[in-house]
Design a binder for this molecule. Structure first.
Ligand code: SAM
Length: 309
């Protein structure tokens, strides 16, 4: 039986559904609040395809219609053809579609304020390594590498996306794309010889379907690094409903209640200082968690301290 789709989310998933063998987007439940622009083939169609189409009907009248149908047809055809291919090959073919490079309006969901937070943190501390869970198309991976100037490990579990990203990012010497489950690979990296003495910035964004690895990811980070800062995408910002967040069902909403408190004792939790109206792009919420040793590092102008866990 096909797994339930879409994920139960307050804000809509952000999957590139039909191209990855999932049901098409029109099969998805409508989100309750704002959602990220869907990174579908149709939203990235060329100007020519987007244009209004005008045809002359047999009785001589000109009929104009929006070309959404054309775009959907192209998207379905592309998906239909490439979904039959081995994921590795499909990922290679995806590389020929430049529109896929800037998913969701650019790095970090096209959110300028969010990028400001990351830049602030990078200015405040030189992190030894950066980890991203959920590479997707590698758009944010490039940004993280450029901003932190540190080795970046990005983890992707979808074979087609891994195929795409590992090639797309091959020219970036400091980026390693790892294929597999974020928990397993995080564990391996955390067990690495130098992890204990290093500082890490983790961008946690492997929220996708039923399986939610976030809590385990946090436990692994907290036990693996004493100097760690984690930014969680799609997280509820208390007091600001304009920031969207993910909700995958009972005890799976990305809110402060979801956090594995026992592992994060003494950690600080902070939220964006900017109100959602000042944010651009998809306006997804986030939180930043800092281990006790990093509590000063996260004292940056773009974040507001909330509490110590
Ligand atoms: C929301 S997208 C990531 C977006 C990306 N970080 C960006 O900013 O463009 C989530 C990604 O996580 C991947 N993913 C889901 N569960 C995963 C897991 N357990 N381990 C690794 N990747 C996972 C999905 O295949 C998907 O590509």
């Amino acid at each position: 039986m096909r797994p339930p789709w879409p994920p139960r989310t307050a804000v809509g998933g952000r999957c590139h559904g039909s191209e990855l063998g999932h049901p098409p987007f029109n099969a998805r439940r409508r989100p309750r609040t704002t959602s990220k622009p869907r990174d579908t083939f149709d939203t990235h169609a060329t100007g020519a395809v987007n244009a209004l189409v005008e045809v002359k009907c047999p009785v001589g009248r000109h009929v104009r219609f929006r070309s959404d149908g054309v775009r959907q047809l192209l998207g379905k055809t592309y998906s239909g053809l490439t979904n039959r291919l081995p994921p590795d090959l499909a990922g290679r073919i995806d590389l020929f579609r430049p529109s896929l490079r800037d998913s969701w309006g650019g790095p970090l969901n096209g959110q300028m304020r969010r990028r400001e937070i990351v830049r602030d943190l990078a200015r405040r501390a030189q992190f030894d390594q950066v980890i991203e869970t959920g590479t997707y198309r590698g758009t944010s991976t490039e940004f993280l590498s450029a901003v932190f100037g540190a080795p970046v490990t990005s983890i992707e579990a979808n074979p087609r996306l891994f195929s795409y990203c590992s090639r797309r990012l091959a020219a970036w010497p400091d980026i390693t794309v790892e294929f597999g489950d974020s928990r397993a690979i995080l564990r391996r990296v955390a067990d690495g010889a130098s992890a204990k003495s290093e500082s890490v910035f983790a961008y946690l964004d492997a929220h996708w379907e039923e399986d939610l690895p976030l809590s385990k990811e946090l436990e692994i980070i907290a036990s693996g690094w004493s100097r760690a800062v984690a930014m969680i995408d799609d997280f509820q910002v208390p007091g600001d409903d304009g920031y969207a967040f993910d909700d995958y069902g009972p005890r799976k909403a990305l809110t402060a209640d979801y956090l594995p408190i026992a592992s994060l004792s003494g950690w600080s939790i902070l939220y964006p200082l900017a109100a959602s109206q000042e944010e651009t792009g998809a306006r997804r919420g986030c939180c930043v968690l800092a281990s006790p040793e990093m509590s000063r590092v996260v004292q940056v102008p773009s974040l507001r301290f909330d509490s110590t866990l």
